[in-house]
Ligand binder design. Structure first.
Ligand code: C5P
Length: 304
């Protein structure tokens, strides 16, 4: 019987996010393109006397350590009646639109399954992931994918390039439901943008500068309406040379696509001194999905 298991899972950036009117269950039908970041979370699960969560790394003191944390719910689903200690090592900024909490959940799913020596296949892990949140399925699989439904229905998009990103974080988070509510208040789902030009460009292996004009986030206006100061952040990053700046998911983190590592360093330096963000994180896409320490990959045919 295994005593402990560790797994990692990436964060995400939405290159494209279009919404439809809310469904009867309150969720919004999405058309989105996800990419997984090289920045990843790590979760170690160890058999214990009682359930416990500890957290280290970036923004560790902002992370709940009680049963409200998704990793607790994951353990209850995968290891019923088995108390465990879950230790999360954070590298992804919290409450920011980069799916840090979803990455913790995906890593916990894979680690808990590894602790039981893999009784669950990918379809069962996907079912649990979809029940617990909208972004967990993607970070389980990684790579690049077109997402529909709540974001949990995924079609891999073959893309073999490497893109450089700078993420500018804010001191205060932005609630995802609040951003969707603001978006609905503004009635912003009128004329849908097509995702096809971006998908074709990705499949054709387009460069960062070709992809930049195709980035789109329907939630950006709502995030800016709730946090007008983010406009200054977006301006500061683009002024420093980024190819394009967009709000990441529901924000408030802003994502800046850069031509290469050198440009990303310059953009990060400029943002750090601009006074328009808390700090910056530089990373690349795309990366693999959740992987346990024994290197069992849970990706289907996505490419990292
Ligand atoms: O599924 P998840 O817990 O990540 O979603 C958080 C909240 O974001 C939901 O409660 C809902 O208010 C909003 N949401 C939505 N439509 C989606 C995804 C999330 O309205 N497709």
């Amino acid at each position: 019987m295994l005593e402990t298991a560790t797994a990692t899972a990436p964060g995400k950036v939405n290159l494209f996010l279009e919404t439809a009117a809310p469904r009867p269950d309150g969720y919004h039908e999405l058309t989105t393109v996800f990419q997984a970041t090289a920045l990843q979370e790590s979760v170690t699960v160890t058999r214990a006397e009682e359930m416990r969560i500890t957290v280290s790394g970036l923004d560790a003191d902002c992370v709940p350590t009680d049963s409200s944390n998704l990793v607790w719910k994951v353990a209850e689903n995968v290891l019923p009646s088995t108390p465990v200690h879950l230790h999360i090592v954070k590298a992804i900024p919290t409450a920011g639109g980069m799916a840090g909490g979803s990455a913790d959940a995906a890593a916990a799913l894979v680690a808990c399954n590894a602790l039981r020596e893999h009784p669950l296949g990918i379809d069962e892990l996907d079912t649990i992931a979809a029940r617990l949140g909208s972004d967990i399925n993607f970070v389980l699989h990684g790579g690049t994918a077109l997402g529909s439904g709540r974001g949990e229905i995924l079609t891999p998009v073959p893309f073999t390039g490497i893109l450089w990103w700078v993420f500018a974080t804010q001191g205060q988070g932005l609630s995802t439901p609040a951003v969707f509510t603001e978006h609905d208040r503004a009635g912003a789902w009128g004329h849908p943008h097509s995702v096809q030009p971006l998908v074709h460009a990705l499949k054709a292996g387009a460069s960062a500068s070709d992809l930049a004009p195709l980035l789109f986030n329907r939630l950006q206006d709502a995030a800016l309406s709730l946090r007008p100061e983010l406009a200054r952040t977006l301006f500061a990053g683009e002024d420093a040379g980024a190819l394009r700046g967009i709000v990441s998911g529901s924000g408030p983190t802003c994502a800046f696509l850069c031509a290469d590592e050198q440009q990303a360093s310059a953009v990060a330096r400029a943002l750090e001194t601009s006074g328009t963000c808390r700090h910056t994180v530089t990373t690349t896409t795309t990366a693999p999905g959740a992987v346990d320490k024994l290197q069992t990959s849970y990706r289907k045919d996505n490419r990292g």
